[in-house]
Design a protein around this ligand. Structure first.
Ligand SMILES: Cc1ncc(COP(=O)(O)O)c(C=O)c1O
Length: 386
């Protein structure tokens, strides 16, 4: 018998990979399921970007292997994006690395910095891939609490009281998913001091900074970040290009080189037309984001109505592509999610997917049309099941 590695036995299939099979099965049975579970933008990418993609398909050499660290034009566009929107200077030759989405970055950073047994601070609630990458490398997961009463930020004092001798890496994610919390600069400045004092690599995963936010946050706006921080960013949500698989990593040249060392052994460059099109997207002006955010604002207002009808509490100052809603009954997050899926044909994500601190919450995605959200609202308000 051929057995899988022991590290894989430790790893569960990704929640959505499993749950979406169940949703597909219900759809096959004729149930009109509306998917408010997953954050895959349904809106079209910018037209200039798709046109650039098509044009670049005809370029000589478009189908050849590409440079491991991407074409100059793409890295320059990434740095220009950081200068324009975050007022952060990054050197395109040494401080940026194009990636196949920020998800790839989570795996590569883990491979570049973790030894077996190293400890990793992972947010609870948080994006499940931080945990999965840690476990796949036989590093030790140390979950740290994000609590509503601490505005979903790490409690630095509590962290300082832990045994930190084996902690090598800490994941943070502001603007935050799933809670929609914005970055508190003072608290994050404290966290950088903490990371520096304890030689911990602090990685901010930053794919939501252009969605429904007024203030564009980057960890590199804070003092001392270049010494101990890396930041991931992505075109998936900002430009509706999730299927393109383009993200990037910013940080000091030593850290970037370490990650490039792993990446250059794992793949052989990004498809040329995707790089050209991504560069086009990154150079778009603010009007693109304004149009997107107007649509998301209208959708979010409908999701708030749905939450009110379900007696869920939301934070109306939250940002990003989701609404994180608190359950005010004795129902668990899974029970409510199943009640909505099987009773109303509405798929939402139970907060427990992001850790046990999400047990009293469900997450709604804004990646569905206003028409579909109106249908959801109607289904919830009418007593008859779907
Ligand atoms: C917090 C967070 N990080 C990373 C990702 C992955 O993004 P990408 O499409 O860039 O891999 C997601 C996607 O949903 C996310 O929510």
């Amino acid at each position: 018998m051929i057995s899988v590695s022991s590290r894989l036995q430790e790893t569960k299939e990704y929640y959505f990979s499993k749950k979406l099979r169940e949703v597909a099965q219900l759809k096959k049975q004729g149930k009109p399921i509306i998917n408010l579970g997953i954050g895959s933008p349904d809106l079209a990418p910018p037209q200039d970007v798709t046109e650039e993609l098509m044009k670049a398909m005809q370029a000589p050499g478009a189908y050849q292997y590409q440079a491991y660290k991407g074409i100059d034009e793409l890295r320059e566009a990434m740095c220009n994006f950081y200068q324009t929107h975050y007022k952060v200077d990054v050197n395109p030759d040494s401080q940026v690395l194009p990636l196949m989405g920020s998800k790839e970055g989570i795996a590569l950073i883990s491979m570049a910095f973790l030894n077996e047994g190293d400890e990793v601070l992972v947010p609870n609630p948080g994006y499940p891939t931080y945990q999965a990458a840690t476990k796949l490398l036989n590093a030790k997961l140390i979950s740290y609490d994000l609590m509503e009463e601490n505005s979903w930020h790490p409690d630095v004092e509590a962290l300082q009281n832990m045994d930190l001798s084996r902690v090598k890496l800490m994941w943070i994610n502001y603007p935050n998913m799933p809670t929609g919390e914005t970055a508190d600069r003072e608290k994050l400045q404290d966290l950088i001091r903490f990371a520096k004092a304890n030689s911990i690599l602090l990685v901010n995963d930053n794919p939501y900074s252009m969605v429904l936010t007024d203030e564009k946050f980057s960890i590199f706006q804070l003092k001392g970040a270049h010494d101990v921080c890396l930041e991931l960013n992505s075109l998936s949500k900002s430009f509706n290009l999730a299927g393109f698989r383009v993200g990037f990593l910013m940080g000091n040249s030593e850290f970037i080189l370490a990650v490039l060392k792993v990446k250059s052994n794992m793949d052989s460059g990004m498809f040329f037309p995707i790089q050209k099109a991504a560069a086009k997207a990154l150079n778009l002006d603010l009007s693109w984001f304004a149009r997107q955010n107007d649509i998301y604002k209208s959708r979010r207002a409908l999701v708030w109505d749905i939450c009110e009808a379900l007696h869920l509490t939301v934070n109306k100052n939250a940002v990003g592509l989701f609404v994180w809603a608190k359950i005010n009954s004795t129902l668990s997050a899974e029970e409510l999610a199943d009640e909505l899926l099987y009773g109303k044909g509405i798929f939402v994500t139970p907060g427990t997917v992001f850790g046990d601190n999400g047990a009293n919450y469900v997450r709604f995605s804004l990646c569905v049309s206003e028409d579909e959200l109106e249908v959801c609202k109607h289904r919830i308000l009418k007593p008859k099941a779907v």
